[in-house]
Design a protein around this ligand. Sequence first.
Ligand SMILES: [Zn+2]
Length: 379
Amino acid sequence: MSAITSKLLFTPRERIDQPIVVFEEGRIVEVSSRAQRELPAQVLDLGDAVLVPGFVDLHIHGGAGCDVMEKGGVRVVSRFLARHGVTGYLPTTVTAPIEKTLSALDRIATDIEKGDETGARPRGIHLEGPFLSHLRRGVHPEKDLLKPSVQMFDRFWEAARGHIRMMTIAPELDGALEVIAGAATRGVLMSLGHSDASLEASRSGIEAGARHVTHTFNAMRPLDHRAPGILGVALTDARLSADIIADGLHTDPSMVGLFLRAKGPDASVLITDGLSPTGMPDGHYHLGSLEVEVKDGLCVSNGTIAGSVLTLDQAVRNVMKFARWNLQDSIALASLNPARAAGLSDVGTLKPGARADFAVLTAQGEVRQTIIGGTFAES
Ligand SMILES: [Zn+2]
């Protein structure tokens, strides 16, 4: 049994001053305040820190020089993420030749099953592609994009041994609705993205079972007030949660503000779409089989903006800066909201029974320490 205390805790929906959290065998047993109970004999005092749920990143390809599709990539990325308050994430594939994707899925599934406790835990796989729009593919290689098919999805599902937790798909493609319906039934979060969909096609995607939107504004048909398309649905349909890369480069800070007003504190999700150069100096790196150049924080492949070098803790601070949201509301976008969207009920919130995963923050949202399954991660 271990106990920690600090100045403040956000569950995140509830605020607890002078909190005490008791945990055992990696799970939270009790969350209360020092006013309500006696201090246990042994309690670790984290001083003026703010305790919040460990962050959950639904969209991340790599970091610290490694890509999750490479051998050994997940291990390196897990450790890197723990330095940024992230305790759970979905290793995300980029569109690649089928055999390469299948072997990456098999390897990542093994990492998920092993449950290495020394870094952030991979909690399932996010398949970004290959069922994406040719018109809105971003840097996903044209030659590897495929027409959606249930049969192909089943091959991915088998290779990943059922560990696919999220998939980004363009709903307007032939066969997409069948894939969405089948995968949603298996509990996969089906997310609309890399799409040129009209309003109607986007709504059909939702009818089929889609419940989320991938990197809102990026790699989708731009908003038009007479033909609003996918963004009209993404920003206004309450059935959908949506994520955004809040680095100020993929979307202007004012558009981050518009997004947050539209989706609100419950349906907005922060992601990084982080690539292997995250945490590394400018230079040349890999994303799946693509070459990426990083200069002044911008990742470019063949002249097209690729993923980011953003970290999730920085995204939280950017929301505080861009939209003047407070820390409590901002951290929910990186913890409770992504966990809920992906159906991860044991993380994202500090309550009895949940995993003892915490980000230990300053009042400004800087990460001091990360606790994963009750153990302090090496910083
Ligand atoms: Zn993308």
